[in-house]
Unconditional design. Sequence first.
Length: 414
Amino acid sequence: MTTATKVPSDIAIAQAAKLRPIADVAAELGLKDDEVELYGKYKAKISLSALERRKPKGRLVLVTGISPTPAGEGKSTVTVGVTQALRRMGKNAILCMREPSLGPVFGVKGGAAGGGYAQVVPMEDINLHFTGDFHAIAAAHNLLSALLDAHLHHGNASGLDIRRISWPRTIDMNDRALRHIVVGLGGINAGPSREDHYVIIPGSEVMAIMALATGIADLEARLARIVVGFTTTKTPVRASDLKAQGAMTLLLKDALNPNLVQTLEGGPALVHCGPFGNIAHGCNSVVATKLGLALSDLVLTEAGFGADLGAEKFFDIKCRLAGLQPQAAIIVATVRALKMHGGVKKDQLGAADPAAVQRGSANLQRHIRNVKQFGVPVLVACNRFTGDTPTEVEAVRVACVAEGVELVLCEVWE
């Protein structure tokens, strides 16, 4: 595609797409009617019984990236696009992505459903309320917060030191005024006054726990171990001490089931849990990944933030706890981002600057070396922007060759 060709906006492409009924996508995967719960025509939840009846058989590929910049790298776009390409080649491939948070959608970051012609749809639903998973997480999280304050109000039998309470409240919105607050104002029935704070839902420990849970019983056991604070003698007080885990699990029983949607080309996509590798482990859920491996031959999944954070957490936390063995890793880079790493300001990225790309490629090379330490083959995807010049792309290729890896020009956005 030439730079003169106009690509419609993400939302225009998504709204123009002709979606398959999600029941047809589920049937193509071999899922039975009792394993699928429809959320309208184009979204569904897959019962955990579908995983219990099948054994994982597929191979897992991780998509990660260089250190993030305001120029954008496009891990989600590449993950979607490569999955679509594999399916066009006749491969039985499925996509496992992280679930977007509402906060960035109404901030400056936008959505997380891919871009251009490499998107998951229905894009608007996925980026907004979707199937209600994050609302369920907020309810379970804030239930524990309410139980904690009720415990303090009714005598504090555990001896919690209100100066050592570590459990926050949560909301899926960038509401700066709630970052640091005082609760318990209003008299004797309002509970003790104390400092508190809110975190965004991707920063909720409940979200991280749900992403790692293998089933309802495991979820409840993990929730029970949450530390809400410490006594004056620094003894931890847990959710189980407040008898909170059962009610929290009940609120999450439907949210634990993976979500099934589709790519723009009608291929299956499991979108569940796990955004924000900088404040959580930044991976989609274990149950969604294992379900993908049970239903297909190839699973492409992404990890948040750069490879030194997202990929590290993917290998060290998710793979270790879930017994997963990835077969390969793709590192996503863009010419624009490498120019920023090479010292170019964002408003000057439109000008060709191969020397800046060369300087910035030190970041990419370090990530290549990081990922190689996990013993998997590494491929670099140069997520091409229409303004990239051949000499700039060549500078990226030279940097990859120096590290013994192949650079593939990735044009899935177009």
